[in-house]
Design a protein around this ligand. Structure first.
Ligand code: HEC
Ligand code: HEC
Ligand code: HEC
Ligand code: HEC
Ligand code: HEC
Length: 204
């Protein structure tokens, strides 16, 4: 914490000193070299998952709502990954793919009563405070935007991927640049407002 506070002070002075002079004072993405579509650095690595889950068939072709599986996004900080019994609720009844290798694996986890050990794809440092609920409430419920678009602001078009991949920088400069934009308060008004830009709102 001490180190963070010290860093914060250094940051704050750098920010005050040259913030106005630079177009993107906060850009920090990792030095991976590739560029995301909005020009920020750092495309996430491909994460090898225990089962290659096809978002493109489920959320794309079948059009299952993202929040059917990621049920907590609208009401808590985390979105959550669905439990195995949610997969089995369908796959117990689907004969057409029962013999496919990935579905056999699914049944093996089910038989062993073991959760699938999905690996994290998006992972902010622990000193950052992030909350799905507020963003989903604002953009999906109040502004009435389509769910795929709303999740896409921060995750890209997952419905066209198999397993999820990080395509947005999620760096401080990237978060802040969206907070500085004007966003409609709701679909039934022309009033706009920003996201918070105080350090303490995003940092513990
Ligand atoms: C709403 C029903 C439903 C749910 C929930 C569901 N699936 Fe599926 N899934 C399907 C259907 C239908 C197909 C077959 C699509 C096709 O015919 O190509 C499928 C296909 C798949 C495939 C591709 C199989 C292959 O090789 O062709 C995988 C892997 C898979 N599901 C994994 C999962 C996992 C893991 C979960 C839970 C996180 C899950 N599914 C939840 C309906 C569902
Ligand atoms: C404003 C940006 C933003 C929006 C909008 C957003 N997410 Fe996220 N999401 C994040 C960030 C940042 C993380 C990493 C959080 C962390 O590491 O603490 C994350 C993590 C996740 C995770 C991993 C588990 C978790 O909750 O930490 C899932 C699943 C997820 N998001 C799904 C969704 C879905 C589904 C939607 C749309 C309903 C959505 N997200 C909308 C930024 C966003
Ligand atoms: C049938 C269930 C299902 C549906 C529908 C679904 N997902 Fe997922 N999602 C999963 C599973 C299982 C994982 C874990 C495997 C992976 O990381 O790809 C996952 C992972 C993710 C992650 C990465 C989590 C992390 O660790 O950072 C994001 C982001 C995400 N989903 C967003 C979405 C969005 C956006 C949609 C709608 C377009 C969607 N999901 C629809 C089941 C689903
Ligand atoms: C698409 C634009 C957008 C992006 C990208 C975005 N935010 Fe936000 N954020 C907003 C808006 C708008 C609000 C105000 C929501 C409200 O109160 O209605 C907000 C609110 C917040 C809040 C205050 C809500 C609370 O829970 O106290 C925090 C903290 C926050 N964002 C953190 C982040 C972080 C961290 C990132 C980057 C990982 C991020 N945001 C990315 C638009 C965005
Ligand atoms: C909108 C959210 C948001 C706001 C506002 C914000 N930060 Fe951050 N900050 C982040 C995120 C996200 C990261 C993590 C970036 C990453 O992992 O690359 C971060 C990282 C940092 C770091 C670590 C830098 C490093 O190199 O690891 C420091 C220090 C920091 N912020 C200080 C501040 C200070 C001081 C302010 C106020 C002037 C501030 N932040 C305002 C989201 C925010």
């Amino acid at each position: 914490m001490k180190i963070l506070m010290k860093n914060c002070l250094i940051w704050l002075s750098i920010w005050i000193f040259c913030g106005a002079a630079m177009a993107e004072p906060f850009v920090q993405g990792g030095a991976i070299g590739s560029q995301t579509e909005d020009g920020f650095n750092a495309l996430g690595p491909v994460v090898e998952q225990p089962i290659e889950f096809p978002h493109n068939t489920h959320a794309g072709q079948m059009g299952i709502n993202c929040m059917y599986c990621h049920t907590y996004a609208r009401r808590s900080a985390v979105s959550g990954i669905p439990r195995l019994d949610k997969c089995m609720g369908c796959h117990n009844l689907i004969e057409s793919v029962k013999d496919k290798p990935r579905i056999k694996k699914l049944f093996e986890y089910w038989a062993k009563k073991e959760p699938i050990p999905w690996k994290k794809v998006h992972d902010l440092p622990d000193f950052v405070r992030f909350n799905h609920e507020r963003h989903i409430q604002r953009f999906y419920f109040k502004e009435d935007r389509p769910v795929r678009e709303v999740c896409g602001y921060c995750h890209g078009d997952i419905a066209s991927m198999t397993t999820a991949r990080r395509v947005k920088a999620l760096s401080m400069g990237w978060c802040v640049s969206c907070h500085q934009k004007e966003h409609l308060e709701s679909v039934s008004t022309t009033k706009t407002g920003n996201g918070p830009n105080d350090c303490w709102q995003c940092h513990k």
